[in-house]
Ligand binder design. Structure first.
Ligand code: SAM
Ligand code: SF4
Ligand code: SF4
Length: 355
C-alpha cells in the first residue's frame, strides 16, 4: 500500500506548514550573552522530556501534515545522549527532504562521523568570535578551541553546505564581520550574521546593541567593495549576498527587517509543547495527547495519531502570528519578557524553544 500523500496546510496568512524545529533538550553547555545571560535557570523536569520514540512519532505526524524540513536544536542538542540514534530513526522518514542540526559545536568534533553515518544532512555551527578571550566573555565558558575544531570535523565527516551562524552585538563582536567572513571562506562554510533579537531569554536586549543589516552591509562594502544581493525566492530567513569575488554570505535581519510573511516554521520543545511562532506565549501541549490524553483515551495508536494530526491542522489553520513584525512596529522596545515570568514558565526561554 502506498503511503497517503501529505496534506498542504496553510495558515490564515496563506503560509504553508513546511519546516519544524525540534528541541531535544533545554540544557546548554554555554551561557551566551544574548540567550542565557542569567545566573540561574529553571529547567524542564526530566520525566517530562519526550523519548526518542515519542519524538519520532510526533515528527511522523507532522510530516503527514506537510513538514519536509526538520532541524534539531536546543538548548545544545548534542547534550542529548545518543543523538545519532535519534537521527538514524528520523532518517527513516522519507518525507523529510532536509534533516539538519544547529549546534554550538562544543561537542561536535567527536560526534560528526556517527551523525553523518546516521543520516544527518546538514549542520549549522554557531560561532560569534574568533578570539578566545572574547569567546569566554560572550559565553562564560572556556570552549573556544573545541568549537573551532567543529568546522574541520564537519568537513572530514563529509558534510557539505555547513553554515556558521554568528549573532552580532554592538560593542561585543561587531568588529569581527570581516574576520568571520575570512574564517568562513578558508573553511569552506557560508557565514550568516544574525541581528541580535529581543526574543524570550534575551533579558539584556536593547536596540542600541543591535547592528542592523544595512550597517553590516555598509561596513563590509567598505572592506570588500560592491556587494550584490543573491536573487532567490525562498522562505529561508537569511537574505544572501555576494562579495565581488563570488563569496556568498547571509544576514538574518529578524529585528530590523522581519520575514514573518513567508514564515513556514514552528517549534516543539523537548517536552512536547508546540509553538507556532518564536515569540508566541501560548503553545499546544502535544505531550499530553501523545501520552493518552486524546478525547478517546482508549483509542488505537492510529486513531490517536489522527486526532493529534487534527489538532495540528486546526492549530496551523488558525495561525496568524507575526511576532517579529509586531515587535518591529513598536517604539518602546525592550526585553520582551520579565525574568520572573521566564522563571515561572521556562517554555518562554529561547534555549527551551530552540532558535
Ligand atoms: N545551542 C545551539 C546553538 O547555539 O547553535 C542551538 C540552539 S540556539 C537557541 C539557536 C540559535 O539561536 C543560535 O544560532 C543562537 O545564536 C541563536 N540565538 C539565541 N538567542 C538569540 C538572540 N537573542 N538573538 C539572535 N539569535 C539568537
Ligand atoms: Fe548559546 Fe545556543 Fe546555548 Fe543559547 S542554546 S546559550 S545560543 S549555545
Ligand atoms: Fe515566523 Fe514568528 Fe519568527 Fe515571524 S517572528 S518569522 S512568524 S517565528
Amino acid at each position: 500500500m502506498s503511503p497517503k500523500l501529505p496534506v498542504l496546510l496553510r495558515d490564515r496568512l496563506g503560509r504553508l506548514l513546511e519546516s519544524l524545529r525540534l528541541s531535544v533538550t533545554d540544557r546548554c553547555n554555554l551561557r551566551c550573552l544574548y540567550c542565557m545571560p542569567e545566573e540561574d535557570y529553571v529547567w524542564l523536569p526530566r520525566q517530562e522530556l519526550l523519548s526518542f520514540e515519542e519524538l519520532v512519532r510526533l515528527v511522523d505526524i507532522f510530516t503527514g501534515q506537510g513538514v519536509t524540513h526538520l532541524r534539531l536544536t536546543g538548548g545544545e542538542p548534542l547534550l542529548r545522549q545518543n543523538l545519532d540514534r535519534l537521527v538514524g530513526m528520523l532518517a527513516q522518514n522519507s518525507r523529510i527532504a532536509d534533516l539538519a542540526l544547529t549546534t554550538n559545536g562544543v561537542l561536535f568534533a567527536d560526534k560528526a562521523e556517527p551523525l553523518k553515518r546516521a543520516g544527518l544532512g546538514r549542520v549549522t555551527i554557531s560561532l560569534d568570535t574568533l578570539r578566545p578571550e572574547r569567546f569566554r566573555q560572550m559565553t562564560r565558558r572556556d570552549e573556544h578551541q573545541r568549537v573551532l575544531s567543529a568546522f574541520d570535523a564537519a568537513r572530514r565527516a563529509g558534510f557539505t553546505g555547513t553554515k556558521l551562524d554568528a549573532v552580532i552585538m554592538r560593542g561585543e563582536n561587531d568588529d569581527e564581520l570581516t574576520d568571520l567572513i575570512e574564517f568562513g571562506r578558508s573553511n569552506g562554510v557560508e557565514v550568516r550574521f544574525i541581528e541580535y533579537m529581543d526574543v524570550l531569554g534575551a533579558t539584556k536586549w536593547s536596540m542600541s546593541k543591535v547592528v542592523a543589516r544595512d550597517e553590516m552591509l555598509q561596513r563590509l562594502e567598505e572592506r570588500y567593495g560592491k556587494i550584490r544581493p543573491v536573487a532567490e525566492t525562498s522562505s529561508a530567513p537569511a537574505s544572501r549576498f555576494l562579495l565581488p569575488d563570488g563569496t556568498v554570505f547571509g544576514i538574518i535581519a529578524s529585528t530590523t527587517s522581519p520575514f514573518c510573511r513567508t514564515c513556514d516554521r514552528s517549534r516543539i520543545t523537548a517536552d512536547g509543547m508546540w509553538y507556532r511562532c518564536l515569540y508566541a506565549t501560548n503553545g499546544t501541549d502535544l505531550r499530553k495527547l501523545l501520552r493518552g490524553g486524546t478525547a478517546n483515551a482508549s483509542a488505537s495508536r492510529e486513531a490517536a495519531d489522527a486526532e493529534i494530526a487534527n489538532v495540528i491542522a486546526e492549530g496551523w489553520r488558525g495561525r496568524e502570528d507575526r511576532g517579529a513584525e509586531e515587535r518591529a512596529g513598536r517604539n518602546d522596545r525592550g526585553a520582551l519578557i520579565a525574568i520572573e515570568e521566564l522563571r515561572r514558565d521556562p517554555h518562554l526561554e529561547m534555549h527551551t524553544r530552540g532558535g
